[in-house]
Design a protein around this ligand. Structure first.
Ligand code: SAH
Length: 234
């Protein structure tokens, strides 16, 4: 019991240190910082990484995939200019951390992951944290959110892609963005990616802005095969 309290205290200190670090790095939106403070990142990373969960670094989550660095999560979240009325689409659920941050600031989050086992683990975490406003799906997010039982969720107020497109955002995602809506997506080849903001001005015009250089895993087509990426897993 004493031990648990000691670990809890250490985690709290690390959590506060991370939030102060993000502020120093220029994150200004208090709503975004408060969401990062409230979502327990240690709950989303593998057991062996829990010690590093509150450091500002990306960490492996299995299948060769990574949970993004908190600074990048906060930059992307801030750039979405979320309101509590927004319906948000996320491509690349991974461990579910970014979705858990988004769901604190938006009305509803729809998230797609191509690795079934990652998605199932993320859904278990949402359940344990009693998160009720995330809908998660296994699929190829490059095709956008599918029509299910005759029901369309598109268009979305905001779209966030957490894997890198090679040259430009998939057309289905640009189509599923509301006019006036914002999409944040890393674009480019390995090592030379840039985080880009697309603001939809009409059905086929976008205002495009570069944010910062980043490093993401690639956006890949189709649902992953059962053991894809297993040999690279942490
Ligand atoms: N947002 C995640 C980051 C995960 S890394 C988090 O907070 O943990 C990016 C994820 O995108 C990986 O899990 C990868 O499997 C997934 N991905 C890549 N291409 C995809 C696609 N076409 N559709 C859905 N998910 C995809």
């Amino acid at each position: 019991m004493k031990m648990d309290i000691a670990i809890e205290g250490q985690n709290n200190n690390k959590r506060i240190r991370l939030i102060m670090h993000l502020r120093n790095m220029g994150i200004r939106e208090t709503k975004v910082m408060s969401a990062l403070e409230r979502v327990p990142r240690d709950f989303f990373v593998p057991e062996a990484m829990k010690d590093q969960a509150w450091d500002d670094i990306a960490l492996p989550i299995g299948h060769g995939q990574t949970i993004s660095q908190p600074f990048v999560v906060s930059i992307m979240t801030q750039a979405l200019e979320l309101s509590d009325r927004d319906k948000v689409l996320e491509i690349g659920t991974g461990c579910g951390y970014q979705a858990a941050v988004l769901c604190k600031l938006a009305r509803r989050v729809y998230t797609i992951e191509r690795h079934k086992s990652l998605l199932e683990a993320a859904e278990r975490r949402f359940e344990e944290l009693r998160i009720r406003n995330i809908t998660a799906l296994v699929g190829d997010g490059m095709l956008g959110w599918p029509t299910i039982g005759g029901i369309d969720q598109a268009p979305f107020d905001k779209i966030i892609v957490t894997a890198a497109a090679r040259e430009k955002p998939p057309k289905a995602l640009l189509d599923q963005l509301k006019i006036g809506g914002i999409m944040i997506i890393p674009v480019g080849e390995n090592g030379e990616q840039i985080l880009r903001c697309y603001k939809k001005e009409s059905d086929d015009t976008f205002a495009i802005k570069d944010i910062i250089p980043v490093r993401f895993v690639p956006l890949l087509p189709d649902i992953a095969s059962y053991n894809e990426g297993n040999d690279e897993a942490a």
